[in-house]
Design a protein. Structure first.
Lengths: 162, 164
């Protein structure tokens, strides 16, 4: 039973965190290179759609590989785990994109980062509650790790500025 | 074949390799369908692959840590940092495969070459995975083909509809 919950917890946390971090990095990183809103949205939506599918598939296959390695009867459903990943990624990815649709360029970038960081904080807090550890600590850690990853994308966009 | 590698490292490595190949190809091809400018495609692809590699490493670290924290028995012997590092390197290495043609040839030719290279890569990854887990290598390779094809098609459709 514990193992089953662990798999879905892993999938949903992974999906949400990855979506928040990478979509923000993508949106902000590309915004340094171009101010064309249409292009930023193109890149963001292509990434979310492709990544949600790819992450769900990756979750399914890597889980299956682990099942095949230890031949014990596994109780978790790899398909459900993949669906959890897909939904988490899709929803998480939209959060930093929403400001880009509604706000002018510079404000959109700042709002996008704020949205994502708030999302990471809430995600870490909820995670802390589920696994019964210090919630604030868990939230800060999620924020820090996610923030570093997003920052790397932002730097790359800055360096590659067209 | 008996393995000394921790199963979570194997999960990380395969997840990184597959996702790096599948999603970078989807992103490169999808964005190329929406815009023809080489420098923009390259900017988006390189940002995507670096962001994703770090993000996947972060996601691997946090989600695995949550699993460790959930399971209070302390049976977990895998290093969280190692798992994250394996994810980063696998993703970045695999993700560069469909990007190299963009640097050399530029769109639209790079999309075709990228797809061929990525599918070749997926075949090799699927085959290796089959060897490691003792399952049919060919079945694994075909599974990866279907997934790669689906993700790339979805990238193409979104790119086509949001054409700049």
């Amino acid at each position: 039973m514990g193992r089953v919950k662990n798999e879905y917890l892993r999938s949903s946390l992974f999906g949400f965190e990855d979506a928040l971090v990478s979509t923000t990095g993508m949106v902000v990183g590309i915004s340094f290179g171009t101010t064309n809103l249409k292009f930023i949205l193109l890149a963001a939506f292509v990434t979310i759609a492709v990544e949600a599918v790819s992450m769900a598939a990756g979750e399914f296959l890597s889980d299956e590989a682990v099942h095949e390695l230890d031949k014990k009867t596994q109780k978790d459903n790899t398909l459900l785990s993949a669906a959890v990943m897909f939904l988490s990624y899709g929803i998480g990815g939209l959060i930093p994109v929403i400001p880009v649709i509604f706000l002018p360029h510079t404000q959109a970038i700042i709002a996008s980062i704020l949205f994502a960081f708030t999302g990471l904080f809430i995600l870490g807090f909820v995670k802390g509650k589920i696994v019964k550890v210090n919630k604030i600590r868990s939230a800060m850690e999620m924020l820090l790790i996610g923030g570093i990853a997003a920052f790397i994308g932002i730097i790359v966009g800055f360096i590659l500025k067209i | 074949m008996k393995l000394n590698l921790h199963e979570d490292y194997i999960r990380s490595a395969f997840f990184g390799l597959q996702d790096g190949l599948v999603s970078t190809t989807g992103v490169v091809v999808g964005i190329s369908a929406g815009v023809g400018d080489k420098s923009i495609v390259l900017l988006a692809s390189l940002v995507a692959v670096t962001v994703e590699a770090s993000s996947m490493a972060a996601g691997q670290y946090s989600s695995e840590k949550a699993v460790h924290q959930m399971d209070k028995t302390g049976r977990h012997s895998d290093s969280l940092v190692m798992g994250a590092l394996i994810m980063f390197v696998s993703y970045l290495g695999a993700g560069m495969i469909p990007i190299v043609p963009v640097i050399i040839f530029g769109p639209p030719l790079s999309s075709y070459i990228g797809v061929v290279l990525a599918f070749l890569g997926l075949f090799i990854v699927g085959y290796l995975r089959g060897r490691l887990t003792g399952e049919k290598p060919l079945r694994n390779a075909i599974e990866l083909f279907i997934i790669g094809g689906t993700a790339t098609t979805i990238g193409l459709i979104v790119g086509y509809f949001l054409k700049v």
